[in-house]
Design a binder for this molecule. Structure first.
Ligand code: MD6
Ligand code: FE
Length: 220
């Protein structure tokens, strides 16, 4: 008898056929990660058992409505001193949990499908949104290597992605993001402003009233 083992999902095919170009350097792959969602959520639960979700304070003193944790060599953190990447979880003074092989697989294949081969993330920020949580428009500019793209995976509750341009005053398009959607952006879009509108209520089966977002980056 074969021993029963956890199936190796790092060979699993991902479906990148349905795509929506958001502009040069930015593409949305609809539901590309949906088949992997149960496995991704179980990895998130294991990571959160070691590095729990927490609400960071931002410079100025307010607390973020989104709860966050990280895995990989570098984790994104914020406190009264500012935003930065840290090799240690400030809550435990321990390194962040490693990037699961399944996460690496998903990030690399997604970047490749968007035209960014050889993406090797060293950081995955995990965002958890409860109903009403939001993320104001911002640029992702704390990474050293702005040539590497960012891969963003949505799980659970639907959200509206606010997608702007290179300047804060540029208009924001509203792009619906659903369970399993993957957004990749880089190149000319790498520093575009973006955010998440306040989450509307819902109770999808796998996540309950939450949205999880994985954003893979090359921090260093
Ligand atoms: C979110 N995402 O989807 C927030 N940043 O919950 C981001 O801030 C983000 O999705 C850079 C690249 C992709 C993203
Ligand atoms: Fe961002």
């Amino acid at each position: 008898m074969e021993p029963s083992a956890t199936p190796d999902l790092t060979d699993s095919p991902l479906d990148f056929r349905e795509r929506l170009a958001l502009g040069p350097g930015a593409v949305l792959f609809c539901r590309a990660a949906a088949a992997l969602a149960p496995a991704l959520l179980s990895e998130i639960a294991k990571i959160a058992a070691r590095a729990p979700f927490r609400h960071f304070t931002i410079p100025g003193g307010r607390e973020m409505s989104v709860a966050m944790t990280s895995c990989g060599t570098w984790g994104w953190i914020s406190d009264a001193r500012g935003y930065r990447y840290s090799p240690l979880d400030p809550a435990s003074s321990q390194p962040w949990p490693p990037l699961p092989p399944l996460f690496l697989h998903l990030a690399r294949k997604s970047a490749e499908a968007a035209g960014f081969p050889e993406f090797l993330p060293d950081s995955c920020l995990i965002n958890r949104y409860a109903i009403g949580a939001r993320m104001g428009p911002h640029q992702d500019r704390d990474e050293h290597d702005l040539d590497a793209p960012i891969v963003s995976v949505s799980l659970g509750l639907a959200a509206v992605f606010l997608w702007g341009g290179g300047a804060r005053r540029d208009p924001l398009r509203r792009i619906p993001l659903g369970h399993g959607d993957v957004v990749v952006w880089g190149g000319p879009a790498r520093l575009h402003f973006h955010g998440i509108a306040p989450l509307k209520a819902g109770e999808p089966p796998l996540t309950g009233p939450f949205r999880y977002n994985l954003t893979f980056r090359r921090a260093r």
